[in-house]
Design a protein around this ligand. Structure first.
Ligand SMILES: [Zn+2]
Length: 127
């Protein structure tokens, strides 16, 4: 599968189609989730968007291999980790369990970050 990229100018442009919400819902809407004790609760969308903004890069990959993303001053490490994670969703056999699949993609991201660090170290130390 060919992986393609689609960049969004603002995080709001990206979260609306992802969460299937209208732009005006960002200001006052809530989304269901679990708190740190595992209890179901509602989170203000504005708060979710603000947390996402602090990461500097965020997005998702769709079923046809397009990575939809937004970034703003993300570190190189975060960018590498983000794309490795998203590409992992289209590499190998995805896990049917959503959480297990996210953890599998995170493992791919760790591989990419570690391999990159080793490659840079080796490359910079050669004479
Ligand atoms: Zn993921």
């Amino acid at each position: 599968m060919e992986i393609t990229l689609k960049q969004y100018d603002t995080i709001e442009d990206l979260v609306c189609p992802f969460f299937q919400i209208k732009r005006r819902e960002i200001a006052f809407g809530t989304l269901p989730g679990c708190d740190t004790d595992g209890n179901r609760t509602e989170f203000p969308i504005r708060q979710i968007v603000d947390v996402i903004k602090k990461t500097g890069i965020w997005g998702y990959t769709d079923d046809i291999g397009c990575i939809h993303y937004w970034h703003d001053n993300a570190s190189f490490h975060s960018i590498l980790e983000f794309f490795a994670h998203e590409i992992a969703h289209h590499t190998g056999t995805p896990d049917e369990d959503t959480i297990a699949e996210e953890m599998r993609a995170d493992e791919y991201a760790k591989v990419a970050v570690t391999a990159y660090a080793f490659a840079v170290s080796l490359h910079e130390n050669r004479v």
